[in-house]
Design a protein around this ligand. Sequence first.
Ligand code: IMP
Ligand code: MG
Length: 185
Amino acid sequence: MQRYHEFLEEVLIPEETLQQRIAELGGEISRDYEGRQLHLICILRGGVVFLADLIRHLTIPNTIDFMAVTSYGVGARQTTGKVRITFDLQQDIFDLDCLLVEDIVDSGYTIATVLEFLRTRHPRSLKVCTLLDKAERREIQVPIDYCGFVIPDKFVFGYGLDLDELYRNLPFIGTVNPERYKPAE
Ligand code: IMP
Ligand code: MG
């Protein structure tokens, strides 16, 4: 495995900035759902690190569940617009206040597909919280209720986001220098 220092272009969002903003989001969400219980739905695998930090800033009762979708092949950097649900929720969401937790909204196809899928199950409410928004790449409009950071159109990694499944554990968000990055054979 290549050491990330070799292809890191810049640290786009340092750890402290991420943690500060996530604490703010947790506070905002807790105020908005005051007096209610919130069901957080995390999209695997990229959203896991964000979810884990976010829930520790919630002051309202909450439950979590997970689902997985695929939209990219390994090595592919463009969305196909075709999103498949590969792992479904374990709990029924009928009549629950749900918040979808995502790492990044890029073209918007993933969130659009997941929202459509979840609405058929009639949650009481359904909102979207994304850590990152690559707004200029949007191909399909999706509602974003909570957003950590709007970022430029650059491929990023770390803090849950992978490069060919690696580097999710890094505590910051970095951008990739594509000339220096060598995907494993
Ligand atoms: P969308 O369907 O195009 O909005 O893509 C969303 C998904 O693509 C995210 O959940 C990520 O898994 C992946 N993705 C998009 N941009 C990046 C990136 O810069 N780094 C890592 N993963 C990304
Ligand atoms: Mg993802």
